[in-house]
Write a protein that binds this ligand. Structure first.
Ligand SMILES: NC(=O)c1ccc[n+]([C@@H]2O[C@H](COP(=O)([O-])OP(=O)(O)OC[C@H]3O[C@@H](n4cnc5c(N)ncnc54)[C@H](O)[C@@H]3O)[C@@H](O)[C@H]2O)c1
Ligand SMILES: [Zn+2]
Length: 366
């Protein structure tokens, strides 16, 4: 399972771990990150490097083929099984580089250096890699945990500040799932913010655009919480590393409705998860549900109305995405995750129809 390191600058990674030996590493780096000050000179020391354009188009079979053919053509005999892949970028570069590393010569060692908050919070340390096929996301993949995950503050701090607010849904999710002492400041900051927004102290426009919150505060809070978030996720992953027992599914808290929003609006994943957490929280806490669910208390403060209104989708849009979740669960039900309090989470099977009826009754549908 992955080790975690935190450094402030990339230059601090000059030596140390064998996996970072510049003559035995293939660096696969996001083009935007490669242009950052301090990165260029560091990168120059690595003769085997690939600068990649981030995004969903990178995660395709065509670019996989191009990549491995390039390695063979340009580096062929110079490579050997002792090489490591160092993936530096957001989730798309991480998924792609991780996949290549997992199958090239049946597996090269992998180091992740996530450069987006989302990747640092969620994708770099779960061991999952993925490619898209025919426009459908993550259809091919493997489990290939990184030997090491390195968090570099200067890379993460180079993102536009708003990214921290967009990604905080994943922070909130892990705080809800784990409920440890580290989650308290996250919970407090979020509650403070939603309460003040609900009382009209937040700028209406910013709220409607989902830019609720002050970015620098969230950047600080995410950076501070990252080691605990990673540890909390690894605790879950260790119990079900290859997603066989189903335990790992609790990491999907907030994702049922989150995916509906993501597919419809094309908003950032973390933002959709944040709204999806509210959806799940309302669903399980509402009177609509049966006796067992009715007793559950809501754990999140109320979502400002403007955010919910803006997030509305049509019934057909919701049905399309939920039907896929139902198919994946292999039953007549969709599996939703219920947080019955901070650190108290369980899986619940829910009728698809009841999700749709609830969404209509509670103003989540157009
Ligand atoms: N494997 C997993 O467990 C897992 C989990 C969640 C998401 N994902 C995947 O992650 C991807 C989304 O991740 P993402 O949001 O990081 O997207 P991304 O990799 O597409 O990066 C988003 C944008 O940020 C830019 N960027 C990256 N680092 C930057 C930096 N330091 N400063 C400025 N700009 C920077 C990129 O160039 C890109 O334009 C999706 O493909 C999703 O499927 C995987
Ligand atoms: Zn997620």
């Amino acid at each position: 399972m992955s080790r975690l390191r935190r450094v402030s600058k990339l230059q601090e990674l000059k030596s140390g771990a064998r996996a970072l030996d510049s003559n035995r590493s293939i660096v696969m780096i996001d083009a935007r990150v490669a242009r950052l000050p301090g990165v260029k000179s560091w990168l120059a020391a690595f003769p085997f490097r690939r600068v990649l354009r981030a995004g969903e188009d990178l995660k395709t079979l065509a670019s996989f083929q191009r990549e491995v053919e390039f390695w063979q053509r340009r580096w062929g005999a110079k490579l050997n099984r002792d090489f490591s892949v160092i993936a530096i970028g957001g989730g798309s570069v991480g998924d792609f580089a991780g996949f290549v590393a997992s199958v090239y010569w049946r597996g090269l060692r992998l180091v992740h250096v996530p450069s987006t908050w989302l990747a640092a919070l969620d994708s770099a340390h779960g061991g999952k890699t993925a490619l898209n096929v025919g426009g459908a996301k993550n259809q091919i993949g493997s489990f290939h945990p990184a030997e090491e995950v390195i968090l570099v503050r200067e890379l993460l701090a180079a993102q536009p500040p708003a990214r921290a607010v967009e990604a905080r849904g994943e922070l909130l999710k892990m705080a809800l799932l784990d409920g440890g002492a580290w989650a308290k400041p996250v919970r407090a900051a979020y509650e403070r913010e939603l309460r003040s927004a609900a009382h009209g102290n937040g700028a209406k426009e910013a709220l409607a655009n989902g830019a609720l919150g002050t970015a620098p505060n969230w950047e600080k809070l995410i950076w501070k919480s990252l080691p605990s978030v990673v540890e909390a996720k690894l605790r879950v992953v260790r119990r079900d590393p290859r997603e066989q027992s189903g335990e790992r599914r609790i990491l999907n808290l907030g994702h049922t409705w989150g995916h509906v929003l993501e597919a419809t609006h094309n908003w950032p994943h973390g933002r959709c998860v944040e709204l999806g957490l509210h959806f799940a929280d309302e669903y399980f806490g509402s009177d609509f549900c049966d006796e067992t669910h009715r007793s559950a208390l809501r754990v999140l403060p109320r979502l400002p109305r403007a955010q919910k209104t803006r997030a509305r989708v049509t019934r057909a849009e919701a049905l399309q995405r939920l039907a896929r979740d139902k198919k994946r669960s292999g039953a007549e039900h969709v599996v939703m995750i219920q947080a019955r309090g901070w650190g108290k989470v369980r899986r619940v099977r829910v009728e698809l129809q009841s999700i749709l009826d609830f969404a209509a009754a509670e103003g989540w549908l157009k």
